[in-house]
Design a protein around this ligand. Structure first.
Ligand SMILES: NC(=O)c1ccc[n+]([C@@H]2O[C@H](COP(=O)([O-])OP(=O)(O)OC[C@H]3O[C@@H](n4cnc5c(N)ncnc54)[C@H](OP(=O)(O)O)[C@@H]3O)[C@@H](O)[C@H]2O)c1
Length: 319
């Protein structure tokens, strides 16, 4: 009996308690080098950490976000090979593990999975260049505003997943929303998550929310950076040296975000818990309310959503 069958049988037989199940789970992970979950007697193997399980991945458009994706995939060991392609010839190689340069069509023909990361304005030319080479292949598009329907029309027979990462992918901290195109199987979806989770976390959303997602979490790092910038200016105003203010502002931001995630509390609950009667925090909050911070942020995300929708319409209208 294989180790995998043994763990499955033990789990099904209900003769082992939770603690032993947990140990088995860890041991299975270690032994097989897989992230294996024992759940209700079934064994789900997450492709997330399966070595080289993604085969050859071609990142077409290795610019700011594409190069992060290529580097993350190479570092994760999930892909057998990573190919990164840019438009301009002679661009320096991203790393020794990544095959850089070459032609999008040739790379697409060699790959098992395609990642599309060109600007929306270059999407049509890229899709024309790839043509039928995407047929039957998982194709993960990171391009803003281009729908799965458009991608499926441009790349006949491709298995399309549309995703929206953010630049925190650079440190493996992207929150990437994605939606599935037509006929995507559970296995394809798992492989797509295998790509996306190489640079952070992923979350499936319905496609009609993708423009809004681009406006919130795609553009979000720019809003947050502006907030940090404002806190640094505020620190300077009250006499805190710039470096100290930056450190205080960034660490306060990450600490608060981590606390909210870890506790799962509503932000208002956290805010209330640190706001004492006639104290310092309420004095600051009062000014933020007077300055309509919340309204400004809601307006910003709404404006960015409308902008994403405009770009999508422009793409639809162009030949
Ligand atoms: N940056 C972000 O934070 C972010 C976040 C979420 C989604 N996205 C999406 O990701 C896409 C790329 O954004 P970006 O900021 O990474 O842009 P970028 O830095 O301009 O990268 C685009 C890359 O595409 C390459 N390219 C253009 N046409 C090509 C072709 N036919 N074949 C191969 N490569 C080609 C360009 O090559 P050259 O360098 O040689 O010109 C460039 O390296 C956009 O659609 C955007 O909506 C970006």
């Amino acid at each position: 009996m294989t180790f995998l069958n043994l763990t499955r049988t033990l789990h099904n037989s209900k003769i082992i308690g939770d603690e032993i199940k947990q140990r088995l789970r860890l041991r299975t992970q270690t032994r097989l080098g897989l992230k294996t979950y024992l759940s209700r007697g079934a064994i789900f193997v997450s492709l997330g950490t399966m070595k080289r399980s993604l085969g050859t991945v071609a990142v077409l458009g290795a610019g700011k976000i594409g190069s992060v994706v290529a580097l993350s995939l190479a570092a994760s060991g999930r892909a057998r090979k990573v190919i990164a392609v840019r438009k301009s010839r002679g661009a320096p190689a991203l790393s020794p593990e990544i095959e850089s340069g070459g032609d999008a069509a040739v790379a697409a023909a060699r790959a098992d999975i395609l990642v599309l990361a060109v600007k929306p304005g270059d999407a049509k030319a890229l899709m024309r260049a790839i043509g039928r080479r995407a047929r039957g292949k998982l194709t993960v598009s990171l391009m803003a505003a281009i729908t799965t329907k458009r991608l499926e029309e441009g790349l006949a027979g491709a298995k399309v997943v549309r995703a929206m990462p953010n630049i925190a992918a650079t440190i493996g901290e992207s929150m990437t929303a994605y939606c599935l195109g037509r006929g995507i199987s559970a296995g394809d979806a798992a492989r797509a998550r295998g790509v996306l989770d190489a640079f952070g976390e992923s979350l499936e959303v319905p496609e009609h929310l993708m423009d809004a997602v681009a406006a919130l979490s795609g553009s979000g790092p720019a809003y947050i950076a502006m907030l940090v910038e404002a806190l640094v200016s505020a620190g300077l105003k009250v006499g805190i040296p710039r470096d100290t203010a930056l450190k205080l502002a960034t660490k306060t931001l990450t600490g608060t975000a981590n606390l909210l995630s870890a506790r799962g509390v509503h932000p208002a609950e956290l805010r209330d818990s640190v706001t004492t009667p006639a104290g310092t925090t309420i004095a600051g909050l009062y000014e933020l309310e007077k300055g309509s911070l919340r309204t400004a942020i809601m307006n910003a995300v709404e404006a960015a959503t409308l902008a994403a929708e405009r770009i999508a319409r422009k793409f639809e209208a162009a030949d």
